[in-house]
Design a protein around this ligand. Sequence first.
Ligand code: MN
Length: 245
Amino acid sequence: MGSRRPLIGITGRKDTPARLSHITMCAVGETYIRAIHHVGGTPVVIPPTMALDSDWEALIAHLDGLLLSGGGDVDPALYGEKSEPWMGHVDVERDVTELGLTRAWLADGRPLLAICRGHQVLNVALGGTLYQDIGALIPDALDHAYVATQPMESIAHSVRLDSTSQLAMILSGTTCDVNSAHHQAIKAVGERLVVVGHAPDGVIEAVEIPDHRFCIGVQWHPEAMVKASPTMWPLFEAFVRAASA
Ligand code: MN
């Protein structure tokens, strides 16, 4: 046996395809899977139904990296707030799966990449809160749900990165252009997390745990950008390299 490709768990969502409306699928967008495979990882889908301590123990025993993927909104009850009318779709079973797995995973010091909803899940897992809707709650904010009407790779806004962050080092600069497909954002920042990236309107776009081997959250969708532009490959390369160590 040569050196093994690291096993990267990607959290899935429930979905009902139009042609199979009587079946609930547990699925992950193909762009996440192809991005991880392209940089040397072997992707596996984590169903959003792994809500037991024993599930998390089994996953931690086998996985080398954890990718929290995009999706719907986190149940506000899980960060101590009431659900407001502008909340989107919630799957509490997925929330419980991802929050429990994330806490157990980070306690073990393992590499984690969190994307869009995942970046919000990471924040809630560490005790943070979310704005339930940017448009309703943040005056003069940009349109962060931009790609709802555009291809996923479309650039929506820039992000300014903290020059001392791991993310700035990985992306070789302190600004980047990103897509944007979210209507929620980080409000109170979770314990141990440091905000390392903002949109021009002040919305938090990137976080990391500085003393962790690799724990980075981004509010944009790098997996949907890599086909059109190479700028986000280094993020996936650095993550899978950390998972190989
Ligand atoms: Mn955005």
